[in-house]
Design a protein. Structure first.
Length: 334
């Protein structure tokens, strides 16, 4: 019995090395949504290894149990271009934006679809993303937790258009703003839950994060009057026009470095001193923040020192990513 539920299409782009893909699909296989009302469109974004290899040889077994369709892109197009391709291929009235590192609760989809029912003004649903909160300590141990728009009516894409393929990150926020500007609602559904595992910040994820933050500029250029919360937290969100506290600190440090290097004809010394100062401030701030935010948690000395080090690099990565974005998209935001 399908309770009159509509056909839903889950779009899932994948790239190389997705060691969580099999678990993600197994969770989708276990959904309490009727199997004849569900299709999963998996887009291989020109991976160097096959989807079957990423699934450890389980592709055919999965296809026996769920309506799983696999498409391969001839070149690497990016997440949002793959989403657009999947939406065009989909047959469902409901579109679910998904990822290989999301693990759905059994009733995730049914709860979200029911939240779309009340009236035609509701175009999308924000679902609840949870993680292992016991060890959450952003940015050192982080995950995108909170309410995220993951489920939309398909006809919404006909009204506001598909994803802007210039984005390689932040395109979901751009689409959300476009939906809201069209006088449609996106409602919260806390009972629709997915789990995202924690990641630990390292050099590879830091570089990837810096690359992604260039698209803050494109998002800001397209939606200059959007809620500033979407552009960062206490230190990275705009505070004075397009300047964040981190941006203002970096500008002051740059001016000090320029002044000192002009006076003494040596740029290396003020550069080293600035980096050391940023690290000391980072470690000191970490000690204060960790005690305030996690007063009952036992945090090792190693994690405290790592937190200060990586938090400092994290803030610098955001600034460098945005600086590159300013050159690329010709809009100021730091």
């Amino acid at each position: 019995m399908n309770d009159g539920l509509p056909l839903a299409s889950i779009i899932l782009p994948v790239k190389d090395g997705t060691n969580t893909l099999l678990k993600a699909l197994k969770k989708l296989e276990a959904l309490d949504y009727p199997k004849d009302k569900l299709e999963i469109i998996l887009i291989n974004d020109n991976s160097s290894i096959s989807v079957n290899d990423q699934l450890h040889g389980n592709l055919n077994n999965l296809k026996k149990n769920i309506n799983l369709f696999v498409f391969r892109m001839p070149t690497n197009l990016g997440y949002y271009a793959c989403m657009n391709y999947g939406i065009r291929k989909s047959k469902g009235k409901i579109i679910v934006l998904y990822a290989h590192d999301l693990f759905a609760d059994k009733s995730f989809l049914k709860q979200a679809v029911r939240a779309l029912d009340p009236n035609g003004d509701i175009g999308g649903v924000r679902c609840k993303v949870e993680t292992n909160f016991e060890h959450l300590m952003p940015p050192l141990y982080f995950a995108p937790v909170g309410m995220y728009p993951l489920v939309y009516r398909k006809d919404i894409f006909d009204k506001v258009g598909l994803f802007d393929e210039r984005f390689r990150s932040r395109g979901d926020s751009d689409f959300e703003f476009r939906v809201l500007k069209s006088n449609l609602q996106i409602v919260d559904c806390p009972s629709s839950v997915v789990f995202h595992p924690l990641r630990k910040l390292n050099l590879r994820t830091l570089v990837d994060y810096a690359k992604r933050r260039q698209y803050d500029i494109l998002l800001y250029a397209k939606h200059p009057h959007m809620s500033q919360r979407i552009l960062g937290g206490l230190l990275t969100g705009p505070l004075l026009g397009p300047l964040s506290p981190t941006g203002m600190i970096l500008i002051i440090l740059a001016l000090i470095m320029l002044t000192v290097s002009t006076m003494y004809g040596n740029l290396l010394l003020p550069l080293i001193a600035s980096v050391a100062l940023v690290y000391v401030i980072g470690v000191a701030s970490a000690a204060f923040l960790l005690n305030k935010v996690f007063p009952k948690r036992k945090i090792s000395i190693k994690d405290r020192l790592e937190y200060g080090f990586w938090a400092s690099l994290f803030l610098l990565a955001i600034s460098f990513g945005r600086a590159y974005g300013m050159l690329k998209f010709r809009r100021f935001l730091l």
